[in-house]
Ligand binder design. Structure first.
Ligand code: GDP
Ligand code: MG
Length: 162
């Protein structure tokens, strides 16, 4: 079984863009893999030492209605399967209540979480990333998924967490 990375975050933060970037090789699509359910999108991430699987959870919605609403089944299952969670936030939007709710949930989950600040292209990433420290999920990794910028740094984090 390969290590599984779950991509989570509210809609529009760039989960699917990162998924596509990570799985862009021809062999990346995972049609069937023992032990995984099939109602989510899985892909294989090529890495130096050891490949990973990545799962796009399709977005956490209804966060305004509270944590019970946000923790929909698919996301829950994806998180159960995950060895590492990539929690994406949007550098341009800054922190909002939805991010805060998700962060609270993930802190209780007890799995390794990497806070990923996406869409740093064209903005001052140092200043922006600093704001996200308040989510209390450790040092954020600032990336631009659309351009693949800093994604290698993100993947390097996995080795520290597995
Ligand atoms: P998801 O709902 O979390 O899966 O988000 P998507 O991957 O569908 O992306 C939402 C929007 O953000 C799309 O219009 C993307 O093109 C855009 N986007 C994603 N990553 C980046 C990025 O690194 N920089 C910028 N500027 N836009 C991005
Ligand atoms: Mg998506």
């Amino acid at each position: 079984m390969l290590p599984v990375i779950a991509l989570v975050g509210r809609p529009n933060v760039g989960k699917s863009t990162l998924f596509n970037y990570l799985t862009r090789s021809r062999e990346a699509l995972v049609a069937d893999y023992p032990g995984l359910t099939r109602d989510r999108q899985y892909g294989r991430v090529r890495r130096g030492e050891r490949d990973c699987l990545v799962v796009d959870t399709g977005g956490i919605t209804d966060v305004d209605d509270g944590i019970e609403q946000f923790a929909r089944k698919q996301v829950e299952v994806a998180l159960q399967e995950a060895d590492v969670v990539f929690f994406l936030v949007d550098a341009r939007d800054g922190i909002n209540a939805a991010d805060q709710d998700i962060a609270d949930f993930l802190r209780k989950l007890g799995k390794p979480v990497v806070l990923v600040v996406n869409k740093i292209d064209g903005i001052d990433s140092n200043t922006v990333s600093h704001d996200f420290y308040s989510l209390a999920l450790g040092e954020p990794v600032a990336i631009a998924a659309a351009h693949g910028r800093n994604v290698s740094d993100l993947l390097a984090r996995i080795d520290e967490l597995l």
